[in-house]
Structure formats: structure tokens, C-alpha cells
Design a binder for this molecule. Structure first.
Ligand SMILES: *[C@@H]1O[C@H](CO)[C@@H](O)[C@H](O)[C@H]1NC(C)=O
Ligand SMILES: *[C@@H]1O[C@H](CO)[C@@H](O)[C@H](O)[C@H]1NC(C)=O
Ligand SMILES: *[C@@H]1O[C@H](CO)[C@@H](O)[C@H](O)[C@H]1NC(C)=O
Ligand SMILES: *[C@@H]1O[C@H](CO)[C@@H](O)[C@H](O)[C@H]1NC(C)=O
Ligand SMILES: *[C@@H]1O[C@H](CO)[C@@H](O)[C@H](O)[C@H]1NC(C)=O
Ligand SMILES: *[C@@H]1O[C@H](CO)[C@@H](O)[C@H](O)[C@H]1NC(C)=O
Ligand SMILES: *[C@@H]1O[C@H](CO)[C@@H](O)[C@H](O)[C@H]1NC(C)=O
Length: 528
């Protein structure tokens, strides 16, 4: 991994530059004010120099090259979210018609809302009622895997929710409905597609969920080759029914990065046979087991590195296929998340880092599991936002799809990324860049920005937004020391920055996240 930033030590020439310039300034002051004090001044200089040396040694210098080009672009709906299909088992308790719920989703617009998950492969439609009334549970997560039925009204309610929220729905169809010859039985899919077309709903599609794990979850097997041929059938079905421009996203594999590479092998085999029927390659990712994860896991550097290893491993298997990749279901911990962790302030570190790392490493869309339901929800059961909802909203406000290079991941405690600033956050349309990241240490950290190829520094103003909490497992999150709360009408509060000069040192409190916008930065790549 390339990097520019580094913790500077006394031996480093850049570090010496900083000390030298400080010394010169200090000496000039002394010449003007205290020339007459001779001997005392010498003592004073020595004293101050020692003090300052100490301070400079604690500063992490971040180098920022202003002449770089765009590293890559993500989708404009990069930060998206899921509504697990299991929620459709009880539509009455899913608040998709609640105004507050819609408002919370609308603050994350534009996005995809993926309606998918294990239960997608248990879903029957309308007049094809599911056969069994007995509940059955999968042996891994204990998740309900009984078949169930949704009506056309349910489907239309979901699509209305998506439209009102400024989201584009992705609907995951049941791939376990199969014919005696083993091929996919698309009779339900055909009905859902016609219904959608009848109502002119614009949406995208998936077929099945984590097919490489069917054996463990359902005691069934669908090979990658068979699935590819099922996707080809679905593609034709969409093309023939007016959905030729809809995306088909698959194969939704999990277990990427495992020692046996089963997920990667399944995915590569799928691509080999799917030809052009699939628009985006998709996979699922979690760092931790929600049943046993601890608060330390959520700030453990080793855990942060899992994602990089998984992305590297996957790309080794599919790089020959030149297809764009989505992380179509992802969260901190599987098994519905970790109680009192995945919905707390501490979850923000892995989430913000995932957004940063994935954008840089080649992922087009990251779909957060989930918007609602489970410990990993962005929105709590009482329809108040969890800390990760705030992190997501702030991300949407400040970060654009244009990714700059490189992230800084080598420092012990700081992981940071940069993008061009989102248009809506620009002041008078003056180009800007947003640097954001996590500070994982339990000690404060001082950072100095050093421009490489700088334009006149005077024109730049830094707007800093630091996210903290009273404790790691707080339900609340603070921006610049103010607890974030929606206004009574459901609108966002103003986000008030700390305004800094570019040569000022920045102090990150222990366990904090931050967004730092360089307004007025003359960076050609970010011109609007
Ligand atoms: C659920 O539906 C599938 C077809 O998708 C069928 O094979 C399976 O037996 C059903 N399960 C139960 C418990 O009825
Ligand atoms: C497909 O499923 C439908 C609904 O259950 C059923 O009526 C039909 O016979 C099935 N088709 C095949 C070829 O198995
Ligand atoms: C899995 O399915 C096979 C038949 O396909 C059956 O013989 C076996 O008992 C099933 N295993 C479990 C654990 O249900
Ligand atoms: C993909 O294309 C190849 C060659 O054109 C063809 O033989 C194969 O059947 C196609 N695969 C599918 C799943 O349609
Ligand atoms: C971080 O996680 C790794 C891998 O699980 C573990 O070996 C290590 O002990 C953890 N470190 C801390 C400080 O918890
Ligand atoms: C989560 O916290 C609540 C109180 O805040 C407590 O009652 C509950 O037992 C905790 N759950 C777990 C699994 O630690
Ligand atoms: C936030 O509060 C802490 C402790 O009260 C204080 O040291 C710090 O300066 C405050 N930061 C801001 C940005 O107000």
C-alpha cells in the first residue's frame, strides 16, 4: 500500500524543517521584543526550544499533494442501505408508511434500497402461497427460514417507500423455487416483474442470496454454473418485459477471504458462465460474529484490516472479468449485529473506515445492512437515528463520488481518506476536498497538514467536524461537542464547523472520527 503520511521522528528531514521554521519565527520575535535582555533571552530560547521540540515530536504530519488526479469514481448512490427480506414476514410492523421513517431514509438520498437477504429465498408471491405453516430455522444463525408469502400490495408499498425516500429499489428474487430438472422456476418472478412494469416502477434486480452457503443454511445446492444460467434466464425475462435498462446484480456471495476461498471460487465460476447477463458483481462482508464480538474488537486494528484482505483476495479471482463490484450487504457483525455495539457510537469506526477503504479499493456501491431491524440498524425501533445513521448522513453531505489518492493507513491510530467535496457542501462553488477518517487511540493526537505543490495557502479555510461520544457504547454521537439531534420537524440540525487556518495544528480527541473540508483548495481534479 502506498502512503504519504507518516509519524515523523527527529531524524526525518521534514521534521527538521518544521522545527527550523518555528525557530526562525521565534528568533525574530525575540529580536524585536527582547533584544535588550541578552543573557536571559538565550536561556529563554533554550527553554522554549526544548518545550517546542517536545510538542513537534507529538505531531503527525500529513502530506497532501494538490496536483493529483482522480483515483476513481464510485456510484453517486455509493452509500446505500438494505431492508432485510425477513422484515416482509410481518409487513404490519414495518413502518414504511410512517412519515418519520420516510424522512430518515430521505436524508440518505440518493441511494439504493436493497430488499434482500436469506429470507428472499423463502419468499412466495401472491396466489402461490407457501406450503408449510411450521417455522423452521437455519442451523447457523437460527434465522427463520420458513417459506412465506407477500402480496402485490406489499410489493407496491415497498416501491412507494423507495420512491418517497429518493431511493431506487433492488428486489431480490427467490432462486430456490426450482423445477424438477433443477433449473429456476421463474413463474413468481414473472408475476412480480409484470406487476412492477404495470405500475411503471423503476428498479433493479437480484436472484438469490449467498448461494455458495445454501448447503449450510437450506441443505440445498445450486452450483455456480446453474446460477449463471438462471441469471441469463432472468436477464431475458427483464429484457422481454421492458426492463432492459435495469441492473442485474449478483451473485451475492459471502465467505470471501476464507482460507479455502470457497466464496471467491463460486464467484469466479459464476462470472465465467454468466456472460453479460449480470451488470455488477456483488458480495457480502462482515467483520465479526455478533454473538461474541466485544467493544475492543470494534477498535482493533487487526479487525480493520480484514476488509482489505477480503477485497484483495476477491480481486485476485475476478480481475480478468472487468466487471464493477458492489458490496451489496455489509455491516460490522453478522447474526443481526452485536447487541449494544453495532447500534452504538463505537460502530462508527468500522463503518466510516469501510466507506473510505471500499471507495478507494474499487467498490462501486456499499449497501449497509440494515436501515431498520437488527442490532446493526441505522434507525432504532423507536424511529430515532442510531450513531451510524448520523455518520452516513454526514458522509453524504460532505463526500463526493470522486476519490483521491492515497489513503493513509500506516499510522498506528489514524486511518484517513480523501475525496472531492460533495457539491452541496461547497461554498460559492469553490472547489474543495474532504478528508475524513478515524482516530482509534485512547490518547489525543495532533496533526499538521503539509501541502505538496501548494497554491497560496491564504485562500484555504479548513472546516473541521469532529465526532465523539461520552463513551464508546453511547447511543448518542456528538459533532464538535454538540449531541446530534434531529429538529422536531425531522430536518437536520445545522452542522457547525470549527474553522481553522491550514497551518494550524489539528487535535483529534481520543476515539474520534472526523471530516475536514479544505475550502478553496486549488486542486484541479475537484473543479466543478
Ligand atoms: C419452501 O419452499 C421451497 C421451494 O422454494 C421448498 O423446496 C421447501 O420444501 C419449502 N420448505 C418448507 C419447509 O415447506
Ligand atoms: C413453477 O411453479 C409454479 C407455482 O408453484 C407451478 O405452478 C409450476 O408448475 C412450476 N413449473 C414447473 C415447470 O415446475
Ligand atoms: C439434507 O437433505 C438430504 C436430501 O437432499 C437429506 O437426506 C438429509 O437428511 C438432509 N439433512 C438435514 C440435516 O436436513
Ligand atoms: C455464455 O456464452 C458462451 C459462448 O458464447 C455460451 O456457450 C454459454 O452458453 C453462455 N452462458 C450462458 C449461461 O448463457
Ligand atoms: C485484535 O484482534 C486480533 C485478532 O483477533 C487479536 O489477536 C488481538 O489480540 C486483538 N488485540 C486486542 C488489543 O484486542
Ligand atoms: C444491552 O444493554 C442493556 C442496557 O443498556 C442491557 O439491559 C442488556 O442486557 C445489554 N445486552 C447485552 C447483550 O449485553
Ligand atoms: C470539547 O470539550 C472538551 C472537554 O470539555 C474541550 O477540551 C474541547 O476543547 C471542546 N472542543 C470543542 C471543539 O469545543
Amino acid at each position: 500500500m502506498k502512503y504519504l503520511g507518516n509519524k515523523k521522528s527527529g531524524k526525518d528531514p521534514q521534521y527538521r524543517n518544521i522545527i527550523e521554521s518555528y525557530e526562525i519565527t521565534r528568533k525574530r520575535n525575540i529580536n524585536i521584543h527582547w533584544y535588550m535582555l541578552g543573557f536571559f533571552v538565550v536561556l529563554l530560547i533554550l527553554y522554549l526550544f526544548t518545550l517546542n521540540l517536545q510538542r513537534v515530536e507529538d505531531v503527525t504530519v500529513i502530506n497532501l499533494d494538490t496536483r493529483q488526479s482522480i483515483h476513481r469514481r464510485t456510484s453517486t448512490r455509493y452509500l446505500s442501505y438494505g431492508l432485510d427480506t425477513s422484515l416482509l414476514r410481518d409487513m404490519k410492523t414495518l413502518p414504511i408508511n410512517d412519515k418519520r421513517f420516510v424522512m430518515l431514509a430521505r436524508h440518505l438520498s440518493p441511494a439504493y434500497v436493497r430488499v434482500g437477504g436469506t429470507s428472499a429465498d423463502c419468499l412466495f408471491f401472491d396466489e402461490t402461497p407457501s406450503s408449510s405453516a411450521d417455522k423452521i430455522f437455519d442451523p447457523i444463525n437460527g434465522e427463520d427460514i420458513s417459506n412465506f408469502t407477500i402480496t402485490h400490495k406489499d410489493f407496491l408499498a415497498l416501491s412507494r417507500f423507495a420512491r418517497k425516500s429518493g431511493a431506487r429499489m433492488i428486489f431480490d428474487l427467490n432462486v430456490l423455487l426450482r423445477r424438477p430438472d433443477g433449473s429456476w422456476n421463474y413463474s413468481d418472478a414473472e408475476k412480480i416483474i409484470s406487476l412492477a412494469k404495470e405500475h411503471n416502477i423503476e428498479l433493479d434486480w437480484q436472484l438469490g442470496n449467498e448461494p455458495n452457503s445454501f448447503h449450510h443454511v437450506f441443505n440445498r445446492t445450486v452450483t455456480a454454473t446453474q446460477l449463471a444460467s438462471d441469471y441469463t434466464v432472468l436477464r431475458k425475462l427483464l429484457d422481454d418485459n421492458g426492463y432492459e435498462s435495469s441492473n442485474l446484480i449478483g451473485p451475492e456471495v459471502n465467505h470471501i477471504g476464507d482460507a479455502n476461498h470457497k466464496g471467491e471460487l463460486y464467484g469466479a465460476e459464476f462470472l465465467k458462465h454468466a456472460n453479460t447477463s449480470v451488470t455488477y458483481f456483488s458480495w457480502h462482508q462482515y467483520y465479526l460474529n455478533g454473538h461474541i464480538a466485544t467493544v475492543e474488537d470494534f477498535i482493533n486494528r487487526t479487525v480493520f484490516d480484514y476488509l482489505a484482505n477480503q477485497i484483495n483476495s476477491l480481486s485476485n479471482f475476478i480481475r480478468g472479468y472487468h466487471i464493477r463490484v458492489w458490496l451489496s450487504e455489509t455491516s460490522s457483525a453478522w447474526g443481526s449485529g452485536a447487541p449494544n455495539l453495532s447500534d452504538r457510537f463505537v460502530a462508527g469506526f468500522l463503518w466510516l473506515d469501510k466507506l473510505g477503504y471500499s471507495a478507494w479499493a474499487g467498490i462501486d456501491v456499499v449497501t449497509r445492512q440494515s436501515f431498520f431491524g437488527g442490532h446493526y440498524a441505522l434507525v432504532a425501533h423507536d424511529l430515532t437515528p442510531n450513531p451510524d445513521w448520523w455518520v452516513s448522513v454526514i458522509y453524504k453531505q460532505f463526500v463526493s463520488e470522486r476519490v483521491l489518492d492515497p489513503p493513509i493507513l500506516d499510522s498506528k491510530a489514524l486511518r484517513l481518506y480523501w475525496h472531492c467535496t460533495a457539491k452541496s457542501a461547497l461554498i460559492n462553488r469553490v472547489p474543495a476536498i474532504t478528508q475524513y477518517g478515524v482516530h482509534l487511540d485512547n490518547k489525543p493526537m495532533k496533526v499538521a497538514i503539509r501541502m505538496i505543490n501548494p497554491a497560496p495557502l491564504k485562500s484555504i479555510t479548513l472546516h473541521l467536524y469532529v465526532l465523539t461520544a461520552d463513551h464508546l457504547q453511547s447511543r448518542f454521537i456528538k459533532m464538535n461537542n454538540q449531541t446530534l439531534m434531529l429538529r422536531p420537524d425531522g430536518k437536520l440540525p445545522p452542522f457547525n464547523p470549527i474553522i481553522l487556518d491550514p497551518d494550524e495544528k489539528i487535535e483529534f480527541p481520543p476515539h474520534s472520527m472526523y471530516f475536514l473540508i479544505y475550502h478553496g483548495m486549488q486542486i484541479p481534479a475537484c473543479e466543478v
